[in-house]
Design a protein around this ligand. Structure first.
Ligand code: G3H
Length: 324
């Protein structure tokens, strides 16, 4: 089932209370959307799909029209998600930039999304608060949730590049959440976007706990978000959830899964489209039954679905859907 912002709020509050994680999965096309929705449903866990500006531009094709791309993916997510009744998925704009404010507002006002992230973390604190409050005012009027961020998360995520890491200051986080009333708060606590190895990441659990405790002590129900979580170990993810993280973002992991699965397929089935050496070209013909894109894209879809199912298990979200 496709979840509205109000339903996603229930999921976030349940995850906060029961200390499990919500896996947030970046998607671009039907293969990844089906993999995620089927995976969440198989685990009876609610999830959040995410679209970046780069994903929307890709989905629109040659025009790279953000609005067309967002509508295309939103319709796909709703159509696929509404086939299933054992879990719900929302749709989030990931890392919405201040320069794309009109796009963010359009998606909110046209019911395309359940939540939006306004990432003004590279602006001054005052401008970050001002811009985030602007989005919250519109979003909450339409029952859409808002995620904000303070601090810099290092690495590359789609069109977002940051070569510096700036840890989130807990007191600043408290002031930001109080002033903006965001529903989700992305803290920079040591993770990096892109290909990382868990062993290289120093996850500052004490910082996660300090921020979460401070928000709770001040009666603020914003859920903590962990960006750049693809390279984390099982223990790092479980420790993060135990210390207060409720939303865990994954993109690179799925890209690796589909790439590896398709690469393995073509390694084994190369002769379906390439005449094997030593074979008479005139005697060779490609094998349509094996080069049909549905035959190899499904390998990537299955690999991504297995990945999200295992991630749901790791963060304790199995059988936690608010639909159960
Ligand atoms: O918002 C998207 C995620 O933070 C991407 O992180 O590169 O570790 O998958 P990742």
């Amino acid at each position: 089932m496709f979840f509205t912002g109000d339903q996603m709020k229930k999921v976030i509050l349940k995850a906060k209370k029961e200390k499990f994680g919500i896996i947030a999965s970046n998607v671009v096309f039907d293969t990844s959307v089906r993999a995620m929705v089927q995976g969440y449903n198989a685990m009876s866990a609610d999830g959040l799909l995410q679209i970046s500006s780069g994903a929307c531009k890709y989905a629109a094709g040659g025009t790279k029209d953000l609005l067309v791309g967002a509508k295309f993916i939103s319709d796909m997510v709703k159509n696929i998600a509404n086939q299933y009744a054992k879990s719900g998925v929302g749709l989030n704009i990931d890392h919405g930039a201040p320069k794309d404010m009109d796009f963010i507002i359009h998606c909110i006002e046209n019911g395309l999304v359940s939540t939006v992230m306004i990432d003004a973390s590279h602006e001054s604190f005052e401008d970050n608060v001002r811009l985030t409050k602007e989005v919250v005012a519109v979003a909450h009027k339409h029952g859409v949730l808002v995620e904000g961020e303070i601090g810099y998360i290092k690495g590359n995520e789609d069109e977002l590049v940051s070569d510096s890491q700036l840890y989130t200051d807990p007191q600043e986080a408290l002031e930001y959440v109080k002033k903006t009333n965001v529903d989700l708060f992305a803290a920079s606590v040591g993770t990096n976007h892109g290909v990382t190895k868990g062993a290289d990441v120093v996850l500052r659990l004490e910082l996660i706990k300090e921020i979460d405790d401070l928000l709770n002590a001040n009666g603020l129900d914003a859920g903590l978000v962990l960006h750049g979580a693809s390279g984390l170990t099982v223990k790092q993810q479980q420790d993060a959830v135990a210390n207060g993280v409720v939303k865990i973002n994954k993109d690179t992991r799925y890209q690796m899964e589909i790439a590896s699965a398709v690469q393995a397929y073509w390694e084994a089935e190369k002769d379906a489209i390439v005449c094997p050496s030593g074979t008479d070209e005139n005697a060779y013909s490609p094998d349509k039954g094996r080069f049909d894109p549905r035959k190899w894209l499904i390998k990537g879809e299955d690999a991504m679905q297995s990945a999200v199912e295992s991630l749901v298990e790791i963060v304790g979200a199995k059988d936690t859907s608010i639909l159960l």
